[in-house]
Design a protein around this ligand. Sequence first.
Ligand code: AMP
Ligand code: MG
Length: 574
Amino acid sequence: MLSLRSVLVFAVLSASGLTPARSLEVCHGPDHDCPGPDSFRSRWKPSVSNLTQDLDQFRVSCRKLMESFPLDEVDGNFVRTVKNCVFSRSSPTPLRGPLRLAAVSQNAIEGVLELDLALTRSEDFLSYVSGRRLLPGSVPLAHRYGGHQFGLWAGQLGDGRAHSLGRFTNRRGEEWELQLKGSGKTPYSRSGDGRAVIRSSVREFLCSEAMWSLGVPTSRAASLVVSEEPVFRDQFYDGHVRTERGAVVLRLAKSWFRIGSLEVLSRSGELDLLRKLLNFVITEHFPSIRSEDPDQYVVFFSTVVNQTAQLIARWTSLGFAHGVCNTDNFSLLSITMDYGPFGFMESYDPGFVPNWSDDEGRYRIGAQADVGLFNLEKLLVALRPVLSTNQQRAAAAVLPGYAEVYQTRVHQLFKDKLGLLGEDDDDGFLIALLLKMMEDTRSDFSMAFRQLGEASEQQLSSRNFSQMWALEDLSSHELFSDWLSSYLLRLHRRQDHSDVDRQDRMKSVNPRYVLRNWMAESAVRKAERDDFSEVELLHRVLSSPFVKQQDAEEAGYAQRPPEWARRLKVSCSS
Ligand code: AMP
Ligand code: MG
């Protein structure tokens, strides 16, 4: 039995020597600053009368960012090493040829930007969200950051193909930073062309919004514009360059600052600027931290440790692998961002690596929690120069608590996935054995949980799994009957809720639809031929991932993945 416990591979950190620290609080509540799947629909739906009807009235402001930090003294979009600033001025380079608004997220347009959806049909909107024209108030900026890529310090990176347009404050008082991605070269473009292709932009657009609908902290995507501009990509780095087409996503986040934003300042000894950026991030985004607190940076660090653990626990519970967990892709606000070669695991496999370019499987799904810890250690290294010796010690003492926060949260999330109320000594074992059976039978992770929730107790007892393909796979395991008996017994021990309640609870946390690679690929292939119907369908379906939908069923989104999906690969090339 004990050896089985250890196979709860990525619900338990493999890092050794981790002991709980008392300085971190374990949060059992909903994710920070993120709606639960049920609550968000009521929150985002504003009445039409509250929406801006005139695009000329839509303003952004760059004042706060520009007044808070010195700007790069050098002007121009030529590639260079940049010092003593957090941002460089950089104008978008409009995409060539006719442009087309391929998709918009009504949820983001109305719920975040508070714009009437009808405005998105205007030429002005297309100009603004493609980088052809600047929004009133906008001073486009490219952010200077660095990062550890695949474990090694990579030096200056920065926004090489993104432009921050400014911040928009909505009627709820939320401030959102608008950013174009794929909008041309900046001082940080290095050898890149400043562009993003349709393929990666469709994936980012769909997944940002899908993650939001799953209740995971994430950046948002408001629109997707495609062009005729040729963009050359060697997708699998094998000498086969393909001509693709440029696209731009308008993406939104409360902040785009990353661990790498602090790292670059610390590494180059720009400590005044490091303090400035820290103070800014804390004041703007961590209101519970008092600026007079002499230990505010330690409290900040401890909060980021906590929230990062919680974020990765959410990824784990959904089988989501980010793909490129470099420190430059890890948000200081612990939101999922910089969607690239991500993947939702299908057959359960802790060694699942979504990114074909990640030869060593550094960012395999089972290692994400450990990598999160690695990134937080790098954050601590970046903070060290502005911490006293005692504060360095206190901050270091926080790190071991990461494992406990992560494990506690994962345990709760998996209990929720199984519809378990209360706590029983054997719950961990029940979860571990289920995952072990999934691994042995290569059962589909999302669907096995979903179908356990869709099956009534009677169906489970009689093992009536017709049409339940993932459960059929799972039930082929020799231990399945024993596991099922234990599970049903466990459910019976809590008689206070009906079976229908259990099913409802499970269906509200186990999505019926996730953005599987083959679904994204199918939408991309059509999009590349200017058919955006599947982007639109997927966007709509994934905005209600917990609800069974007729058109999604007809499209096969809840079916066993097609045979051709096995050969699919995604890479860093974007
Ligand atoms: P990513 O892998 O998208 O997180 O990007 C890593 C770094 O490379 C960031 O600094 C990006 O801005 C930069 N980058 C990625 N693609 C391009 C591109 N096509 N042109 C310029 N910079 C890029
Ligand atoms: Mg990135």
